[in-house]
Design a protein around this ligand. Structure first.
Ligand SMILES: O=C(O)CCC(=O)C(=O)O
Ligand SMILES: [Fe+2]
Length: 252
C-alpha cells in the first residue's frame, strides 16, 4: 500500500514507530543552540552555518539513519517490497532562519533532486524529511502535487546569478544542503498549484526525489529545524559515491 501511494501521490506521511526518535535529535539541537533565539537570528550567515554544521555532524554521528532503519523496518518492507533500502551516509539539518526582509530567504527554492545531481540513481531516490521544531503554514516545506509524474525533460530550468550570500562549493552552507549553483524553474511546472506539507511533530514524509519541492520560506519569528536524508532502492545503486561531499550509499 505504501509503494502504491508513493507512486500515485509522490509522497507518504507516517508517524515514527520509535516514539523517542525526534527527541534524540532535539536534544542534540538544544545542546548546540543553547543561546536565545534572537542571537542566532542576528549572527552572520557564515557564523550561523558553522554552528548548524557542527550540530548536523553530531546528529549524523549519533547514528540517526540507522535508528530510522530500525524504527521503520515494516514500513520499508512495504515501501520496497522487492528491494532493500540503502541510505545516504549522512543527512542534512534543514535549518531555515526567519526571513524578516523580503527576498532574504535562506530556504532552498523550487527543485527536484535531479536539478543538482545527474546520477541515474537520483530518479529513484526517496527523500525522508521531518520537522524538529514547531512547523505551521508559515514555515513549512512546500510541494507541487503530482509533479513527480512530469518528465524531467519537460521541466525547463536555468542557473541563476546570486548577488549576495553566494554559497561556495564545500562551504558550511553547501555541507548543510544549500546549493552553490541554484537553478530556477522556467516552465513545465505550474508553481501556482503549490501546497504545504501537513506533517506534525513525530511524523515524517517520504517523498519522491522527483516531486518538485522547496520554497519553505520561514515567515515566523523562530528558526525552523528539520532533518532529512535519502533512501535509494539497492537494485538502483550503480556507484556508492553520491556527491562531492564524500557522501556514499550505505546499508544496514
Ligand atoms: O527543508 C527544506 O527546506 C528543503 C528540503 C529538501 O529540499 C529536501 O529534503 O530534499
Ligand atoms: Fe530537496
Amino acid at each position: 500500500m505504501f509503494a502504491e501511494k508513493l507512486k500515485k501521490n509522490g509522497y507518504i506521511i507516517k508517524s515514527f514507530k520509535d516514539k523517542d526518535y525526534t527527541n534524540v535529535i532535539r536534544r542534540i539541537i538544544k545542546k548546540h543552540f543553547f543561546k536565545n533565539e534572537e542571537y542566532y537570528c542576528k549572527v552572520s550567515r557564515d557564523k550561523f552555518s558553522k554552528i548548524a554544521l557542527k550540530c548536523q555532524d553530531e546528529i549524523n554521528r549519533s547514528g540517526i539513519i540507522k535508528r530510522f532503519h530500525l524504527s521503520e523496518k515494516d514500513f520499508l518492507k512495504q515501501l520496497l517490497p522487492k528491494d532493500l533500502p540503502m541510505y545516504s551516509s549522512s543527512g542534512y539539518l534543514r535549518v531555515v532562519r526567519p526571513s524578516l526582509k523580503k527576498n532574504n530567504t535562506e530556504s532552498l527554492s523550487w527543485h527536484r533532486e535531479t536539478f543538482y545531481s545527474n546520477k541515474k540513481t537520483t530518479y529513484h531516490a526517496i527523500n525522508v524529511w521531518f520537522p524538529l521544531s514547531k512547523v505551521d503554514k508559515k514555515n513549512m516545506l512546500k510541494y507541487i502535487p503530482k509533479s513527480h509524474l512530469i518528465s524531467d525533460k519537460k521541466i525547463k530550468r536555468r542557473r541563476v546569478k546570486v548577488l549576495n550570500n553566494k554559497v561556495k562549493k564545500l562551504s558550511p552552507e553547501h555541507k548543510l544542503g544549500f546549493v552553490y549553483a541554484p537553478k530556477k524553474i522556467l516552465s513545465g511546472v505550474n508553481l501556482k498549484k503549490q501546497k504545504k506539507f501537513k506533517i506534525n511533530n513525530g511524523e515524517f514524509t517520504a517523498f519522491s526525489a522527483l516531486l518538485v519541492h522547496g520554497n519553505g520560506e520561514n515567515t515566523t519569528n523562530k528558526i525552523r529545524y528539520a532533518f532529512g536524508f535519502g533512501i535509494i532502492p539497492k537494485s538502483k545503486v550503480t556507484s556508492k559515491k553520491i556527491d562531492s561531499k564524500n557522501n556514499t550509499y550505505i546499508e544496514f
